[in-house]
Ligand binder design. Sequence first.
Ligand code: MN3
Length: 381
Amino acid sequence: MKTISLVGSTGSIGKQTLEVCRKHNIKVKALAAYQNTALLENQAREFLPDFVCIYDKELYSDMCKRLSDTNIDVVCGMEGLCRAASLNDIDLFVNSVVGMVGLLPTLTAIEAGNDIALANKETLVAGGQIVMSSAEKKGIKIYPIDSEHSAIFQCLQGNNPKQLNKIILTASGGPFFGKTKTELENVTVEQALAHPNWNMGNKITIDSATLMNKGLEFIEAKWLFNVEPDNIEIVVNRESVLHSAVEFDDYSVIAQMGTPDMKIPIQYALLYPERVSCDVKRLSITDYGTLTFAKPDIDTFDCLAGCIKAINLGGAYPCIVNAVNEEAVALFLSRKISFLKIGELVKKSLDYFAPMPSKSYEDIKKAEILARDFVHNEINF
Ligand code: MN3
């Protein structure tokens, strides 16, 4: 029987991870959530972990009360996330928190010698260099849970990674595919939250609408698969059926397909290398008839252009654009800035900041704080 610990358990990926655990009898030793105490309580009563972590310290006493009739310990804050990451009797640490808050738990899991199933893309965007080098040193495996990166990982199975010539990273194009900047001026929060193919949390849904998500995945792919940015091509597949592809040195292209459902990549990461029945709709290619492919519009979608520029500039720039975006998305969701302002801020931050290093966690933390301050100064709070 496999044993995991899971942080971000009440989010979209977290809930689906627990569906996979339920189906395949995977033991869960720790659960962590940001603020959803009610759902965390239900999950704890069903999966009976050793402890739960409620990240928001204000909710700690509420969480303790909820579980006071059980033997389940309650912890809180970053310390709690890192405790879940460093458990010594788990097979896999599943990191599905949203945002840069996921970086320290990832590094902690690596230090503790735990393999990682990674749904927290900001971990690699902000800390790609230190995460990959410390994982290599410790011999830690990182299984991607993002659908595109899982696809790439699956396409590489049985092949020599040194003969990987190019990655074809697919994108759905989001709800605003084909739109001009003028048409995007008055986009509302509700419009941006209506994604055509994928059902996801708020932050990633906005990132999909701005194409920031694809930019973050571009950076994530560079680190996970050790390819140069020039060898990653972004292709829009409107149907979200072809989840990414790889080209080898002989120009053979291998792709992975399936219905757009995160349970496939989650289950593959949790049960790797097993391929067993998964509770998803099966793909019928003839139901689609045609699959369409197009180039992304990097002139309209500033966030995507910003991420590509950031990874080419290197250093702390990817961390900066990520932190700027996190702040900007929060401001957009609370209706304080416009949709297009998110991309403007991301782009502007690249010109504003001089190069900074990203060789240690402290370097990254420093760049992150400066980037968040930059947004608030720009918006004049
Ligand atoms: Mn994805």
